[in-house]
Write a protein that binds this ligand. Structure first.
Ligand code: ZN
Length: 157
């Protein structure tokens, strides 16, 4: 048995009267929820998830990038480029895909997200950055952002 397997198996085979020590910390847990949410995305080039958490470590919003409500994601094109720009996901120079940050804020199950933290695995675009700021603008703490920076080659939304 490899060393890491022994460590993982220890709580089950050993002392079960004490709490486990290898549980996920809150930031790891929330970031994992963001990554899991990203797996719901149908975008073939970018899968992004976001998770909003309040000050009591309760999840108040989750989102991932996808077409706007009512837009058939089987009919609309997902391409980043094409001979005819109308056959891309940027038909009028704007991205028609709703980003994970937007959807997480719109899906919130609380009155607002002031003082909350957002966990997202991709650096927000300029539109989402404005949305994040505005969503917590009247709070001294605002909506804080936690993210894992990933290679620049994958930053296009
Ligand atoms: Zn964005």
């Amino acid at each position: 048995m490899a060393e890491h397997e022994e460590q993982r198996a220890a709580p089950l085979n050993g002392d079960t009267t004490r709490k486990r020590e290898d549980y996920l910390e809150w930031p790891e847990y929330f970031m994992a929820v963001a990554f899991l949410s990203a797996q719901r995305s149908k975008d073939p080039s970018s899968q992004v998830g976001a998770c909003i958490v309040n000050q009591e470590n309760k999840i108040v919003g989750i989102g991932y990038n996808g077409m706007p409500n009512g837009c058939d994601d089987d009919l609309l094109p997902w391409s980043r480029s094409a001979d005819d720009r109308l056959n891309t996901k940027y038909p009028y120079g704007i991205n028609k895909v709703c980003h994970a940050e937007l959807n997480a804020i719109m899906n919130k199950n609380s009155a607002d997200v002031k003082g909350c933290s957002m966990y997202v695995a991709l650096f927000p675009c300029n539109e989402c950055a404005k949305l994040i700021i505005q969503s917590g603008s009247s709070s001294p703490r605002g909506l804080r952002l936690s993210l894992i920076l990933i290679p620049l080659t994958t930053l296009e939304c």
